[in-house]
Design a protein around this ligand. Structure first.
Ligand SMILES: *Cc1c(COP(=O)(O)O)cnc(C)c1O
Length: 395
């Protein structure tokens, strides 16, 4: 017999969480768009908040369960909870594991909603204390530990700076402090980085990005030990209600099958394009973990197998020219999000409220560029023609 749990990542992407449909013999588990499931004959003792049984789709749905199986297999974690968006997964973790007056240490440049939750809402509503630090600097983390530190939260690579934090070293600090290490690994996906194997307690993904990969469904996931995931399901899913639609879970299940193929292509193209940008006379700076010039390139090389598809860079030009540049692009689309099939670019101007946290070179404004699955040569041609349209040197 072949042990289906002991197969390679590529095989898990295809098979984990899927089975022959018992009713029809279909070789794919079906999409079940139902809000309610038939109750047992005697439901008088049922816990209506139970998330381990199919009762009501906010407690869990069939398609959610299949996707959880697949993602737990890919991250090599015990269990997984899937929610309606990456932010509902992050908020679910913070809501579950922070109590009144707890302290959390978080990357000072992280996803904007994380900043909003931990810097504004949780402190004001629940008395949570937040230290925002540069988590690439281990001493800054050590200095910020307090007796009530419950979580160290990092995002690596970070959005939008591509800053890389050392998961293994930070996990040692967290263990010593009795805190959980939670890692937003959205930029890497489970194909390029395995935070649990490096000592993290929970890994969080926006499924909206690389895992679905096609820019047409939102979702979020948390993976880790069953005892922790059960807590999130009970506290933050059923009762906060950030549940995923069965349809989106089904779409993401379909998207993730090609994750390894896509991540390889995104990473290869991004590295080629990052080199092009780095050698371009009109480019002021490039931040990409795969470049030797990246400040945490050594850590990225240690904990990632490739460097994914997001590049941040700036032109030797003013804000107006940056805007002209992104509007002159023909293939690359000015739109938020990352990890889609198509290339996406956003210009973040110097008035961004978190600007003071950014590395020096980002402060004049920067472009966040999610390299898509088009040919890298075509993308480079597009960048060149847009530079020329802006009166800048293309090479
Ligand atoms: C997009 C993103 C999120 C938020 O995910 P949504 O699915 O948009 O809610 C969280 N973390 C990172 C690193 C992201 O890029």
């Amino acid at each position: 017999m072949l042990d289906k749990t002991n197969v390679s990542f590529l095989t898990k992407c295809v098979h984990a969480g899927n089975e022959i449909d018992r009713e029809t013999g279909a070789i794919r588990r079906p999409l079940t768009m139902a809000n309610s499931y038939r109750l047992p004959e005697d439901a008088s003792n049922l816990n209506w908040s139970d998330s381990s049984q199919l009762i009501y789709t906010r407690n869990t749905s069939a398609n959610q369960i299949y996707l959880q199986e697949k993602l737990a297999a890919l991250e090599e974690g015990e269990d997984c909870v899937v929610l309606g968006s990456g932010v509902s997964a992050l908020a679910g973790v913070f809501f579950t594991f922070l109590d009144q007056d707890s302290h959390i240490i978080c990357s000072n440049v992280s996803y904007i909603a994380v900043y909003r939750l931990l810097q504004e809402y949780f402190p004001a509503k629940f008395g949570i204390k937040t230290s925002l630090v540069d988590t690439a600097n281990l001493d800054e983390i050590r200095k910020s530990i307090q007796p009530n530190t419950k979580i160290i939260h990092i995002e690596t690579p970070g959005n939008p700076t591509t800053r890389v934090s050392d998961i293994e070293e930070i996990s040692k600090i967290a263990k010593k402090a009795g805190a959980l290490l939670t890692v937003d690994s959205t930029f890497a996906s489970p194909y390029l980085q395995k935070p649990l194997a490096l000592g993290a307690d929970l890994v969080i993904h926006s499924l909206t990005k690389y895992i679905n990969g096609h820019g047409d469904a939102m979702g979020g996931a948390v993976i880790g030990r069953k005892a922790l995931i059960d807590k999130i399901k009970n506290q933050a899913m059923v009762n906060l209600g950030g549940v995923i639609s069965p349809f989106n879970a089904w779409m993401i299940m379909r998207g993730v099958v090609t994750l390894p193929l896509r991540m390889k292509q995104h990473s290869e193209s991004a590295l080629k394009i990052a080199h092009f940008l780095e050698n371009n006379p009109s480019v002021r700076f490039v931040a990409y973990p795969g470049l030797e010039s990246h400040p945490q390139h050594a850590i990225a090389t240690k904990q990632m197998t490739m460097f994914s598809g997001v590049i941040s860079f700036g032109l030797k030009a003013d804000a107006q020219t940056h805007n002209r540049f992104i509007n002159a692009l023909e293939l690359i689309i000015p739109a938020v999000s990352i990890g889609h099939d198509e290339s996406l670019i956003v210009y973040v101007g110097p008035t961004d409220e978190r600007n003071h946290f950014y590395p020096e070179e980002f402060k004049e404004g920067h472009l966040r560029f999610s390299v898509g699955l088009e040919s890298a040569d075509d993308i480079i041609r597009d960048l060149k023609q847009a530079l020329v349209q802006c009166g800048l040197k293309a090479e």
